[in-house]
Design a protein around this ligand. Structure first.
Ligand code: CA
Length: 360
């Protein structure tokens, strides 16, 4: 009897201890967090802006309202290109944008959005999640008091909108084109003038002649901005953006204040949106392309092969030169390039050969 009593007490005690641990864990997590998310996109813009909305909604829902995220479009709280600084200093707890907008902060950041002739969406996710990419991205953003996460992907983009034919590299000379990141550097090497403008300014800039050409994303997004009304030719493929990763950035202090379960919710909500946005683009681009070509009579053209080959040569040069600028960028470049070489071998026998077989 004595022994049984003892066992009972011990059992009750450990149960109590267990529930106390659980209670204290919950007590630590009982706090509500009101977060602001600033974005580089016009509010509710299809795909990009709605992806940011979706991320905010998911975090709020998955946390049972313990984190409430309110989304601000570009210019609502801060202009598009001040998102990085705003989240870094804590004006907002979170941001949504694309890492190549911050090359003035860190050259290495560009590798986490898009590299000309770099990785596709599927390959980017492979590098980030299982090829060492995320650790490097975190290392770079850590210096700015930020925690990064992949939070969307557009897939292969379009080459852009032009008002003249592009038959040779010569046709890019003197061209003033909105094209961000490393792609812009390549255009510069080809004799053009790259301009970095937020999406909301593209249509008016093209219409007024402030720029000669622009790229944006792909048919679904380009149709939404009405770019077909300001340019005649729509070129493909987007050699400069083969699978652009969109990003979420989180203020490190705000992130550190969260209990582990909420941190996991925030990071995993980003992962969900990263996949879901790609699925949305994949599903909607073709219908939009159909509308552009058949309804709006857009002249859809492939870049000539020799133009693409020359741009690839220039891209290799430019990207290697940017990488040589500092130690950290070089480290990122080497990780990226090694992964690209390896995944290209695999995709030659998998994706690429299947795509070819499907056309036979
Ligand atoms: Ca783009």
């Amino acid at each position: 009897m004595k022994r049984r009593d003892f066992m009972k007490k011990a059992g009750a005690g450990s149960l109590l201890a267990g529930s106390m641990v659980a209670a204290s864990a919950i007590a630590g997590t009982g706090q509500k967090h009101k977060w602001k998310m600033v974005t580089t996109w016009p509010k509710n813009f299809p795909g990009l802006g709605t992806g940011a909305n979706n991320l905010a909604k998911l975090i709020t829902e998955m946390s049972g309202g313990r984190i409430k995220v309110k989304v601000y479009g570009a210019k609502e709280l801060v202009p598009a290109f001040e998102v990085f600084d705003a989240v870094s200093r804590g004006t907002a707890e979170m941001g949504h944008g694309a890492a190549y907008y911050w090359k003035g902060k860190s050259e290495a950041a560009q590798f986490f959005a898009a590299v000309p002739y770099g990785l596709t969406a599927q390959e980017m996710n492979g590098w980030l999640y299982h090829g060492g990419g995320m650790a490097l991205w975190m290392k770079i953003y850590d210096r700015f008091n930020l925690v990064p996460a992949a939070a969307g992907n557009t897939g292969v983009q379009m080459g852009g909108w032009f008002n003249k034919e592009i038959n040779s590299l010569q046709d890019l000379k003197g061209l003033k084109m909105r094209i961000p990141g490393l792609g812009g550097e390549v255009l510069k090497r080809a004799g053009g003038t790259p301009v970095n403008l937020p999406g909301s300014e593209l249509y008016t800039s093209l219409q007024s002649g402030a720029i000669d050409a622009t790229e944006w994303v792909g048919p679904y997004n380009d149709l939404a901005f009405g770019l077909y009304k300001a340019a005649k030719y729509y070129y493909y493929p987007g050699w400069h953006e083969p699978g652009s990763t969109l990003e979420a950035m989180i203020n490190k202090d705000a992130f550190s204040k969260l209990p582990k379960d909420l941190q996991s919710i925030v990071m995993n909500a980003c992962k969900v949106v990263n996949q879901d946005m790609l699925a949305e683009y994949t599903a909607r681009n073709n219908a939009a392309l159909h509308t552009l070509v058949n309804k709006h009579k857009v002249d859809l053209r492939p870049f000539p092969d020799d133009v693409l080959a020359k741009l690839r040569q220039l891209s290799d040069e430019v990207v290697a030169e940017v990488a040589a600028k500092n130690k950290l960028t070089k480290e990122v470049y080497e990780s990226f390039r090694t992964f690209r070489d390896q995944v290209m071998e695999w995709h030659k026998v998998s994706e690429q050969s299947y795509m070819r077989a499907r056309e036979l």
